[in-house]
Design a protein around this ligand. Sequence first.
Ligand code: FDA
Length: 394
Amino acid sequence: MTETFDAIVLGAGAAGLMAAFTAGQRGRRVLLLDHAEGPGAKILISGGGRCNFTNLGVEPSRFFSANPHFARSALSRYTQRDFIALVERHRIPYHEKTLGQLFCDGSARAIVAMLLAECDAARVDLRLRHRITDVSRADVFQVQTNHGTFTAPALVLATGGLSIPKMGATGLSLEIAQRFGLSVLPPRPGLVPLTFGEADLALMRPISGVSLPVEARAGKARFTEAMLFTHRGLSGPAILQVSTPWRPGEPVAVDLLPGLDATAWLLARKNERPRAALHTVLAEHMPQRLAAALGTTLFQEHARPVGELGNKALSAVSARLKNLSLTPTGTEGYAKAEVMAGGVDTAALSSQTMAATAVPGLHVVGEAVDVTGWLGGYNFQWAWSSGWCAGMSV
Ligand code: FDA
C-alpha cells in the first residue's frame, strides 16, 4: 500500500525535525522518516548532554563552505534569536557558557522534547525504525522502506553527515542527491582531533592531558582557545576549530604564547633571572610539564641558564614558540569528528529555500549541505535555519 503526503522528510535529527514542524505548521501533511530507534540522537549527546543549541554570535563568516556567502540568507531568515525565542516559549532554562555559546541548564532532552512537541502540534507523522531502501521520482517522489512505500511532491534530505557511524550516521542524503544529479563536494571529518607522526609525538605523547590557551592557525583561519596534548597528537577547541579548514599535507601553526611579546619577555628574563634554566622561565607562561618537555625536545641545544643564551638564540626560541609549525599526519576520523565538512554542493541549491534548482521539490538541509559551522552551537543553528527554510518552501 502506498501512502501519500505533501512532503516527506528523511532524517529526524535537528534539521529534519525543524523542517517537518515548520511545514506542518503551514498546513502541509508531513511524513518524517528515520531509521533510528529515537529522534534527535545527536542532540541528546551534544554539548556533553546539555546541547549547545546556538550561539549569540552567529554570522555567516563563522561557517566554512566552498561558497562562503551561501549560508547568509538562511541564517538571516531564521536567526539565533528566533531559536532562542522558541526555547523561551517552551520555558527551557539556559545559560551562556563562554564565547556566546548557549547551553541548556538541564538536559539536552528538553530540546528534543520541545521539537517533538512542535511536531505533534503541527501533526507531523513521525515514523521511526524505517529503513529507506529506495528513492525515485516520476511525477512525485517515491520513498520505499521496509514498512511500505510513501509518495509526496516534496522531499527533504535531512539525514545529516558521516560523523559517529556507530550512532547510525550514513551518507544517504549525499547518495540520493548524487542520484538526482546534484554534485557533492568530498566529505571529510571536521571539528576533529589531529594526529601526528612519531617525531612530533615525542613531544606530545609524554604530556598527554596537558592543555593551555593557544592561537592555532590553518590557512587563513585562526582561533584563540584551549589546546590539549593527546596520545595521538592534538585536540581541544583550538585544534577542533582549525581541523575543519585544514587540508592533508598542510601545516598547522600554533602560537604557544598568544598575546605575549615573547622576545621582549625572554630578553627581560635574561637580565632578571640569568641563572634560571630556559624551561624554568618558560613555565612562567605555560604548564610546567609542557615547558619541561620543550626543554628536552625542541630546545635541547638551549638547555642552559638563560643568562648564557645569546639574544639571537632567545629570539629564535621566541619565534618557535610564537609560530610552531606542525604538520598533522591526519585526523582521528569520523569516529571522533563532531561534524562532516563538505557535502552537497551549495551551487545546486537555492540559498533561500534549500531547494535543488534543477529538481523540483527536492530540498537538502543541515549537515548534509556543504556548510560547516565553528565549534560552539553554530552547527545546530545551521540545522535550525536551513531546516526552517525548507519547511517554509515545501
Ligand atoms: P543529525 O545527525 O542531527 O540527524 C540526522 C538524522 O538522520 C538522524 O536522526 C539519523 O538517525 C537519521 N539518518 C541517518 N541516516 C539515515 C538513513 N540512512 N535512513 C534514515 N534515517 C537516517 N553542534 C552544535 O551546534 N552544538 C553542540 O553542542 C554539538 N555537539 C555535538 C556533539 C557530538 C558528539 C557530535 C557528534 C556532534 C555535535 N554537534 C554539535 C553537531 C550537531 O550534532 C550536528 O551538526 C547536527 O546534529 C546536524 O543536524 P542534522 O539534522 O543535519 O543531522
